[in-house]
Design a protein around this ligand. Structure first.
Ligand code: NAD
Ligand code: MG
Ligand code: MG
Length: 347
């Protein structure tokens, strides 16, 4: 698979376009500031009552409402939450968009599941950093970047100077992505693998594993503090080793006792049944069922703060004993959270 680096991308393409970035949250603040620092003409598009308005202004960015700011845009990067993108697109973006404006996304959700249907004439591309927004910004400032994906849904660029893929690579370069490596994928592959990864492994899988392990120890009479450190705190230490050098590298670092226990017990935890469950999760993603369930839940909220399923699960998580003991223990570890979720500027 070809990986694209700085030398494969021409930053002048994106420097020659008017770029509007819709949203100034996790990804939005990072893209907007990185592109500005890379010499790109950026406007941040926000609702008039957005709390992020002043933050973007203070960062020295041009800020405007969505309808106005897309009118002169050659490229519109949509970084509002996935569940609001369709509404913002239909109400404020589409009616004001130049006929040949390029639409860009950092996740394929709305295009792949056909929630947003762009008019003919628009090119549709993706530049998706594989990391949270605060890392996209902090690595850029240090001269690095976050590995990123690009994808081209369609290329309707009429000039002979560059293609939609050249634009995506140019954007990725301005955002720091080509410093780390850029891979080309499709909207379908990015969307389905991203959703699967976060549900089965990274978020859903990991938190279910942590909670089940914690409950097992505490129910057997061990102290909540011990269970917290064993089942939650240490996950990062272990996954760091895996990320740095693979699974065998982690096995090399841990004790032989731990390694032997890994081989004996891992397969008892993740069984053929677990894999069947994973296949079911994947097929609900592929069929669009998951996307529709999620959007249905969101629709039942008047203020955009999450539907009944989201809210009741948030409450349950908040009330889980591991969160209570964790809060107490983390308050003593001041060195944690050095890069707190400063970018999560929900409003
Ligand atoms: P976020 O919730 O952090 O921020 C969204 C921003 O959109 C907020 O600043 C808000 O001001 C703005 N917004 C909300 N409603 C709006 C409206 N009606 N009009 C205009 N602006 C509005 O979102 P995020 O996590 O940065 O996600 C943005 C996109 O990036 C999504 O497509 C997501 O899948 C993708 N993505 C996110 C991450 C991540 O780490 N958070 C990683 C890769 C891709
Ligand atoms: Mg995701
Ligand atoms: Mg141990």
């Amino acid at each position: 698979m070809k990986i694209y680096y700085d030398g494969d991308a021409n930053i002048e393409i994106i420097q020659g376009l008017n770029v509007t970035i819709v949203g100034y949250g996790s990804q939005g603040h990072a893209h907007a500031n990185n592109l500005k620092d890379s010499g790109v003409n950026v406007t941040v598009a926000l609702r008039e009552d957005s709390l992020s308005w002043d933050k973007a202004k203070e960062a020295g960015l041009k800020v405007s409402n969505v309808s106005d700011s897309v009118q002169d845009a050659d490229l519109v990067m949509i970084l509002a939450p996935d569940e609001f993108q369709k509404g913002v697109f239909e109400k404020h973006i589409q009616p004001n968009l130049k006929d040949d404006a390029i639409l860009a996304f950092a996740h394929g959700f709305n295009i792949h599941f056909q929630k947003i249907i762009p008019g003919d004439g628009h090119s549709v591309i993706m530049i998706a950093p594989k990391g949270p927004g605060h890392t996209v910004r902090s690595t850029y400032i240090k001269g690095g970047g976050v590995p990123s994906l690009i994808a081209i849904y369609n290329d309707n660029i009429e000039n002979n100077e560059y293609t939609a893929k050249d634009v995506a690579l140019s954007y990725a370069k301005a955002n720091g992505g080509t410093r780390a490596g850029v891979l080309e994928t499709t909207f379908k592959e990015e969307t389905e693998t991203d959703l699967f990864g976060e549900q089965a492994v990274l978020c859903g899988g990991v938190t279910a594993l942590i909670k089940a392990g914690y409950e097992t120890l505490v129910e057997a009479g061990y102290s909540p503090e011990m269970a917290y450190f064993e089942c939650l705190h240490e996950t990062k230490l272990i996954t760091d080793l895996i990320q740095e050098g693979g699974i065998a590298n982690m096995h090399y670092s841990i004790s032989n006792t731990a390694e032997y226990g890994d081989y004996k017990s891992g397969p008892k935890i993740i069984t053929e049944d677990t894999k069947s469950a994973m296949k079911e999760i994947l097929s609900d993603i592929q069929s669009g069922k998951f996307a529709d369930d999620f959007l249905d839940d969101c629709r039942q909220s008047n203020d955009g703060s999450g539907g009944p399923v989201m809210k009741s699960n948030r409450k349950m998580t908040e009330n889980h004993p591991i969160e209570k003991v964790g809060k107490e223990l983390r308050s003593k570890m001041k060195f944690l959270n050095s890069e707190k979720l400063v970018d999560k500027q929900k409003n």
